[in-house]
Ligand binder design. Structure first.
Ligand code: ATP
Length: 233
């Protein structure tokens, strides 16, 4: 497995946010993690990327425990994150934001400034603009491009559609197959159930810090998802 969590727990002080979460991502796979506000989706992403440390054996990359590593070390192993809220560097241009993404991990792969401008042509036009001069959708493209610049094996996308217009969301989701063709596995964290089912090979639903459903989109009913998402039948 490319990435596994086993009985993953996470706390904020006294408050426990994750209660034994098991997920697995195979090479090249796309999984979606859905759930309502506060379900623990972002906490799961933070635990995988080393923002929140965890106990040995709870997070494995290619079978090796990575829970004690720093975020920088985890990124060097090929796990890149598109954070919720995009978090661009506001004083830097689009191009500088992209270049920063490639600095932490320099390995050969499909992604470079050129191929990212091929994926998002508008970013080439805007390359000298500061990140904050862009629309929300364009900022999201920079955040995705910045993560791709490290040529990750696994791309974690935390609520990439949040606050964007439907047409922009469609454009952003349209590039995910091209990212997979480049060889990366993808985890999308998503509140929009329809988007998640459309893009993922497998969907995990979370509620109150636990996984309540794992299914292939073709095998699952709306009722089952509704129950797992909201906790009611
Ligand atoms: P959202 O869609 O709102 O981002 P989520 O599913 O990503 O929701 P998390 O952000 O992981 O959920 O939050 C899980 C739980 O942990 C919630 O109860 C939340 O209030 C709590 N929590 C999140 N961040 C912190 C923090 N920094 N300090 C304390 N509690 C937190």
């Amino acid at each position: 497995m490319l990435l596994e969590t086993h009985g993953l727990t996470a706390n904020y002080g006294q408050f426990r946010a994750l209660f034994g979460v098991d997920i697995a991502v195979a090479e090249g796979e796309c999984i979606a993690i859905i759930g309502a506000n506060g379900a623990g989706k972002s906490t799961l992403m933070r635990s995988i990327t080393g923002v929140i440390r965890n106990e040995p054996g709870m997070v494995l990359h290619r079978g090796t425990p990575i829970g004690a590593l720093s975020s920088a070390e985890i990124m060097k192993r090929g796990i890149a994150m598109v954070p919720e809220g995009r978090r661009l560097f506001p004083s830097l241009t689009v191009e500088e934001n992209l270049l920063i993404g490639g600095q932490a991990r320099q390995v050969p792969g499909p992604w470079s400034l050129e191929s990212i401008y091929g994926l998002f042509p508008i970013l080439r036009e805007r390359r000298k603009n500061s990140g904050t001069a862009l629309s929300g959708g364009q900022q999201q493209m920079v955040a995705i491009g910045r993560a791709l610049m490290s040529n990750p094996e696994l791309l974690l996308c935390d609520e990439i559609s949040l606050g964007l217009a439907p047409v922009v969301i469609r454009d952003i989701y349209a590039v995910l197959p091209r990212i997979r063709e480049g060889g990366a596995a993808i985890v999308v964290v998503e509140q929009d159930i329809g988007k998640a089912l459309a893009v993922a090979d497998r969907v995990y639903c979370m509620m109150e810090g636990r996984v309540t459903l794992v299914a292939k989109p073709a095998d699952v009913t709306r009722e089952a998802i509704h129950a797992a998402y909201f906790g009611e039948a």
